[in-house]
Ligand binder design. Structure first.
Ligand code: MCA
Ligand code: AMP
Length: 474
């Protein structure tokens, strides 16, 4: 794990302690407990982790990294369909969970992380830099989520670029309360402070009052949040005022609305640093701690990252700050592909090796990037979560009363977008359909709003025209 979490175990040990959802985790204890996990799981092809915001998740993930076993974080609220898919598709041999977790009784054998002894003996041999560290499941436009394989080298290089861009040092106290099954909360928010050597205060949930308390009592200096977190903070002047003590506020995972940026600046005195990334590419663009921050813009490429824009036909689009095109990204350590899906992996790259982000952007002559939308209406970002319309449609269609279903993201003041479903069905209520989806998929994937309609708009070929759905109901 020296390659990923620091030059030497001693350096990791000497960094500041972690506090996860109110529980202290000194680094020597983390290493002792993680090495016990490593001893238990060594040789497995992959292991799943019931990824609550807890000390046990951090111990389990670091144990996987120590053992060189790919870790599959399992969202703790994922419903049976999603969970079964992730466990089966990843081939996870074991499920690591805290003893008191409601981690279901299906799936592979359990390892109860908090019931293991505190030491596992010698560090196992280090795997190569190209070995898969994490398999992160993320939604595509259709079908079930895909497992994104991320190498140790990509994580290490990505974190080093961020440390440089944000002037992140062992003197920082990182604060956030994001979920520990995505890049933002887990890679940046847990592996980041371990690699840099800074302290971490995980607030359990990303609530404004918890961030305010950490800024005061814990000396929090560097704060991470998705735009929903920042707009909620900007709507809570007392909490926002406490953030004046911080060094840097970083926003990402979805567009930060310009009014939220401005209100945040007025109340906290900070112009937030915005950065852009994807599960597949990790973070590729960011404003710099020591440089300009521009509302509505996600900054400049990080070291080792190149970007360009293309039109739908693949022709280059000029970097004139005005003409939008699909953003293509090329990085030193490209992602290793989607597990078990070579065709999807091949389709996500151009023949000359650029990753197709599916995001529409402009690039200015000065290199500043602005994300203006997505190429497909079938990927929704709600509260910073990426949700595939197709997955929610399939869940709705599994209800016996549903004849047709179409799902789209519609604007939402707090969440950016909300999941909105348009359904043709008999003898079922909107509420029953929302509960039905919640029983199958993660909580945040359930529709906020269901419109029961007589028919869906279709084109001459019989295909649903998503852009006309809002004509049925906003
Ligand atoms: C939710 N609720 C509902 C419905 N949906 N109730 C009825 N019907 C529905 N359809 C419930 C919730 O269960 C919750 O209940 C309550 O309503 C409030 O939910 P919500 O508004 O969603 O608020 P929240 O639970 O406070 O969550 C907001 C959040 C969350 C904290 C911002 O969305 C979040 O943690 N987002 C972060 C996502 C993230 O980390 N993305 C990174 C991926 P109750 O209160 O009872 O629980 S992107 C990434 O990794 C890349 C690389 C990047 O760029 O960072
Ligand atoms: P995920 O794989 O869940 O990380 O989602 C990646 C997607 O989040 C990207 O393709 C973008 O659509 C969106 N995204 C991430 N960061 C930003 C940002 N700063 N501004 C706008 N969109 C963003």
């Amino acid at each position: 794990m020296r390659d990923l979490l620091g030059e030497a175990v001693e350096a990791v040990e000497s960094g500041g302690p972690l506090r996860i959802a109110g529980r202290e985790l000194p680094r020597d204890e983390l290493l002792a407990r993680a090495s016990a996990v490593a001893a238990e799981i060594g040789g497995a092809g992959a292991v799943a982790v019931h990824a609550t915001a807890s000390v046990e998740t951090v111990v389990a993930v670091v144990g996987g990294i120590m053992a060189g076993v790919p870790v599959v974080p399992l969202p703790p609220d994922s419903g049976p369909d999603e969970r079964a898919h992730i466990l089966t598709d990843s081939g996870a041999a074991l499920l690591l969970a805290p003893a008191d977790a409601d981690a279901g009784d299906d799936g592979p054998p359990r390892v109860l992380v908090d019931e293991l002894p505190q030491s596992g003996g010698a560090d196992p041999a280090e795997p190569g830099p190209d070995a898969t560290a994490l398999i992160l499941y993320t939604s595509g436009t259709t079908g079930a989520p895909k497992g994104v394989m991320i190498s140790r080298a990509a994580i290490a290089a990505g974190l080093d670029s961020l440390a440089e861009a944000w002037e992140w040092t062992p003197d920082d106290v990182l604060v956030h309360g994001l979920p520990l099954f995505h890049v933002h909360g887990l890679v940046l928010g847990v592996l980041g402070p371990l690699r840099v050597g800074s302290r971490l205060v995980h607030t359990g949930r990303p609530k404004p009052e918890a961030y305010a308390e950490a800024a005061g009592k814990d000396g929090g200096s560097l704060f991470f949040g998705v735009p929903t977190v920042w707009s909620r903070l900007a709507a809570d002047p007392a909490s926002a005022e406490a953030m004046r003590a911080a060094r840097l506020l970083v926003s990402g995972s979805a567009p930060l609305p310009v009014p939220a940026f401005e209100r945040l600046e007025a109340l906290t005195g900070h112009r937030p640093v915005e950065r852009y990334g994807m599960t597949e590419t990790l973070i590729t663009l960011s404003a710099r701690a020591g440089g300009e921050r521009r509302p509505g813009y996600v900054g400049l490429p990080l070291p080792g990252v190149e970007t360009r824009l293309v039109a739908e036909n693949g022709d280059p689009v000029p970097a004139d700050g005005e003409t939008p095109g699909e953003l293509l990204v090329r990085a030193r350590h490209p992602f290793k592909g989607y597990l078990n899906r070579p065709e999807a992996t091949a389709k996500s790259f151009t023949p000359d090796g650029w990753f197709r982000t599916g995001d529409i952007a402009t690039i200015g002559p000065d290199g500043w990037h602005r994300i203006v939308g997505r190429a497909s209406t079938d990927l929704i970002k709600s509260g910073g979560y990426r949700i595939g319309a197709g997955e929610v449609e399939n869940a709705l269609l599994a209800h016996p009363a549903v004849k047709e279903a179409a799902v789209a993201g519609t604007p939402h003041d707090d969440l950016g977008e909300q999941v909105t479903a348009y359904v043709v069905a008999d003898g079922v209520t909107e509420g029953q359909l929302i509960d039905f989806v919640a029983g199958r998929l993660s909580v945040h994937k359930r529709p906020r709003v269901v419109h029961l309609v007589g028919a869906l708009p279709r084109n001459a070929m019989g295909k649903i025209v998503k852009t006309r759905l809002t004509e049925l109901a906003p």
